[in-house]
Design a protein around this ligand. Sequence first.
Ligand code: ARG
Length: 471
Amino acid sequence: MKKTSQKKAAKPASKKPWGGRFAQRTDRRVEAFTESVSFDRRLAACDVRGSIAHAEMLGAKGVISKSDGRKIASGLRSVLREIEAGEFKFDPALEDVHMNVEAALTRKIGAAGGRLHTARSRNDQVATAVRLWLREEIDRIREGLMGLRRALVGQAEAGVDFVMPGYTHLQRAQPVSFAHHLLAYSQMFRRDGERLEDARKRVNILPLGSGALAGTGHAIDRRMVARKLGFDSVAENSMDAVSDRDFAIEFAAAASVSIMHLSRLGEEIVLWASGEFGFVELPDAFSTGSSLMPQKRNPDVAEIVRGKSGRVYGDLVALLTLMKGLPLAYNRDMQEDKEPLFDAADTLAACLDVMAPLIAAMRPNAERMAEAAEGGYMTATDLADAMVLRGVPFREAHEAVGRAVRLAAGKGIPLVRLTNADLLEADKRLDAADLRATELARSLSSRTSEGGSSKRSVLRQIKREKKRLGL
Ligand code: ARG
């Protein structure tokens, strides 16, 4: 009796790296509940890259022998090749990607593998892997934003002379050029890229070397690891380094703003592609049909992009909520940061990947835009401005033109067809010559202020954007 229990105690009850402290096997439900390898396997390549840098540094600094350092690094490179070839076998019993990689390494190179985890914890290890991963995602998404801007600028260039109604309250407000409208989105996506670029600075800081939370007594060189991995600096406080995820939250926040912009653009496409607007036509390749109504061609891509926005906001809120009550330092709750973070990046990247070609492929209908621009008395402001130029205070001009619009609307005619008698009835200061200001082309070309929708201003915007986009 006594003998058996002694035997049990001598041999770890599980193959887990932390098994030494444990006499009992992990319950399979606990194992299934706590594992993260089913999703954090995505970090595998980044995890290995972090480990290679760590091992090389340990060898170089004599924390482990040079030969062990070399053995570990080359073993890890072979693990990396398996991961990249999709041949690596992940075992959920080994809990997470970090323990899977370490176990594979030890299978390959034997006892030396057991020295990799010197002066390191999974806490600084996971924070490093996530930062490496996110850095690449940010770069990929920034490329995607540039691609979308290129498509917008391409359409803007082709549509500089297309006049369309500009809207406020979704009521026709003032004529604008189609290009001006598209370039507004290019500006939004430019800022989205800048936000990500800025967030990247705070992603690109090395946590490794913080240990579990307090640092280490081993003679490590964190700056060497940072250089090897391309980090700009090392985290200044070990407890902060292992326990905050603000960099992930910041990314999700920037992603949320960006997908909000994409959602608005999606909404415009849905409106523009409708029979009611008819401002653009989506080619078959970017439309989908109805299983019931044979005549339908639906803008599903734009709708799904609009719909996806909710997921990314959800990811942001999940991350914020995850972190809000956690005392320092690492808490296992933080394992839950991965899925929302992955989802936010994937969703945004997917939307950008499909919106760029959709925008490039859409066919604007200049006639329909011009027709819509003719109605709605959109140049009423120009008429008021003409009075202002002759010294009438704007508020009074506004009221006079309001009366003129009411007269014209009552007769169902455009402003230019008001008679002298009509004008006199509206306001004695209204001059027939002023009516020329209400011509669409004149109205549009008069918006010469910097950032306005005159052709000159639009061409200037296009030129600047093209330069930024390397076009
Ligand atoms: N899978 C864990 C995570 O994603 C890795 C860190 C585990 N650390 C620990 N002390 N149990 O957060």
